[in-house]
Design a protein around this ligand. Structure first.
Ligand code: GUN
Length: 293
């Protein structure tokens, strides 16, 4: 069996067109322009690429974008002051602080300082808690992107064995909690670095989601015949002669695609979905702020 390739780039393109239209209508009918503020501290090259892509997407969609690039010696207090100002700026509906932050800044203090109504990343404990008690406000962008990829590929999660490899706050834990919600009704297992026999779990998965950041960690012998494999890994192997980043996922794609029923490629799978879900959350925040939701 050769797996169906889940084309995240295509699906994201379709959703981009849908959101673009929605923003046009918001502007025409209600005079509303959604606004997103992005904050990046320091000079991590990958973070610069990610935030740069978010700003570009805002511009493409007609979302008002304010980008703050701060030096790596920015104090926590200065950062908190900026977040507080953006919390109180009506033209800004979403505030995103790119992580990881430099070591001298407490990441959780900064994330806690974002107004939950503007937490379009879904990282604030209020957003996380609301997801866990199944009354979600903003779902985090990568878990939401995975949900939409599955829905638009016709993959049913009802009663399915979902096995998540990785327990980060950004992907592993929230994707597991999201799949557990009534809307998805999956049976969820989360594997991590102390899990004794990871393959014994992954081999049971109807839907296997890998988010650990280790190239080629998921091999064909760890996958059940016909399973859906979602690869969240974006591992940089180096650069091409032209300076383009060479990315590979967590999954041994060539071997696993011969066994899986459906699989996401890297690049072009989960990545493009994450960014468009951020835009979707920003539009949602703007609608809520104007009592349209
Ligand atoms: N770092 C890696 N992914 C993300 C993300 O989705 N949001 C933020 N704020 N930082 C990240």
């Amino acid at each position: 069996m050769t797996a169906k390739i889940i084309n995240g780039s295509e699906i994201a393109k379709t959703i981009t067109a849908e959101i673009r239209l929605e923003i046009e209508l918001l502007k025409e009918r209600h005079g509303i322009i959604p606004g997103l503020a992005t904050i990046l501290v320091g000079n991590d090259p990958a973070s610069h690429v990610y935030v740069g892509n978010k700003v570009k997407m805002c511009n493409h969609l007609g979302i008002h974008s304010e980008h703050y690039s701060l030096p790596s010696n920015t104090s926590e207090e200065e950062l908190l002051t900026l977040v507080e100002r953006l919390n109180n700026t009506p033209s800004i509906n979403g505030v995103l602080v790119q992580v990881p932050l430099p070591k001298h800044i407490h990441e959780s203090s900064v994330i806690f300082s974002i107004k939950p109504e503007k937490d379009v990343d879904g990282f604030h404990p209020v957003s996380v808690g609301r997801m866990v008690v199944d009354d979600p406000s903003f779902l985090p962008c990568t878990p939401l992107g995975i949900q939409v990829l599955l829905e638009r590929s016709g993959i049913n999660t009802e009663g399915a064995e979902v096995v998540v490899v990785g327990r980060s706050n950004i992907v592993g834990k929230p994707v597991a909690n999201n799949m557990l919600r009534k809307a998805h009704n999956a049976t969820v297992t989360v594997c991590h670095s102390a899990t004794r026999d990871i393959a014994s779990h992954t081999k049971r998965a109807d839907i296997l989601i890998s988010a650990i950041g280790k190239p080629h960690f998921i091999t064909a012998d760890m996958v059940k015949e016909g399973a859906t494999v979602i690869d969240v890994g974006t591992n940089e192997l180096g650069k091409t002669a032209e300076g383009k980043r060479i990315l590979v996922g967590d999954v041994d794609f060539e071997a696993v695609k011969e066994k899986a029923g459906a699989i996401t490629p890297v690049p072009g799978g989960v990545g493009p979905m994450t960014i468009i879900m951020l835009m979707s959350n920003t539009v949602k925040a703007a609608k809520i702020a104007h009592n349209l939701l």
